[in-house]
Write a protein that binds this ligand. Sequence first.
Ligand code: HEC
Length: 228
Amino acid sequence: MKKASIIFLTVISCFGLLGLTQCTKDKTPVPPEPCDPNKVYFQNDVLPIVSSGCAKSGCHDATSKVEGLNLSNYEGIMEIVKPGNPGDSEIMEVITDSDPNKRMPPAPAPALSQEQIDKISKWISQGALNNYCLADTGACTTGTVSYSKDITDILSNCQSCHSGTSPSGGINLSNHAGVKTVGDNGKLYNAVAQNGQAQAMPPAPSTKLPSCDISKIKSWVDAGCPNN
Ligand code: HEC
């Protein structure tokens, strides 16, 4: 079955057969995505607030479970959450209660900050998913790679050997002309890609450059090694 039709059938069965609540209450973790500043993520944002404030020994941790509530994981927290509806979610009621003895976490612990309360509320409004994001994924932009901003930075650790009066292999990587020489003859990319067509760089025991850096070098070499 094609992916599109699977998605279509899933949507239909969620809305048609089970009803919207079943669909939004789905407990399956959502695969990680690059962090979107407009979204609140359960694993990154909500769980740390709730577990540090509430999932403590003697309260709502996995062992104590006061009032049967284990607030140390998603399933437990969802017991007091109505996805899409913060106003109807017990968690919002208890964290905003003005009576310090009824409020959670109870006095003498301080109340959650307004910022923390807003985060939880926004997460519920956004569907209360068991979601998670990764900072920096997709941050590899190889569009216009700049010599002065990107390449010099990537090659800074190469200069311990490739600069000065007698650079290793006669290759000076501390100025544009020197880098362009090995860029143009293909050795720079072949060395860092460690593809067997040049001496692998940086030499062992150093590890290969991160793949994003290698892609940036390729993009800059393909653009003709500009001094930009
Ligand atoms: C520990 C010292 C050292 C470091 C660090 C180092 N190199 Fe080298 N590099 C050498 C030596 C030595 C040679 C000469 C190898 C030879 O000719 O057999 C060389 C050769 C090269 C060559 C020519 C390869 C060939 O097959 O002709 C390139 C290109 C190069 N290095 C790029 C780099 C880059 C890019 C880095 C950083 C990512 C780097 N090197 C880090 C020591 C180093």
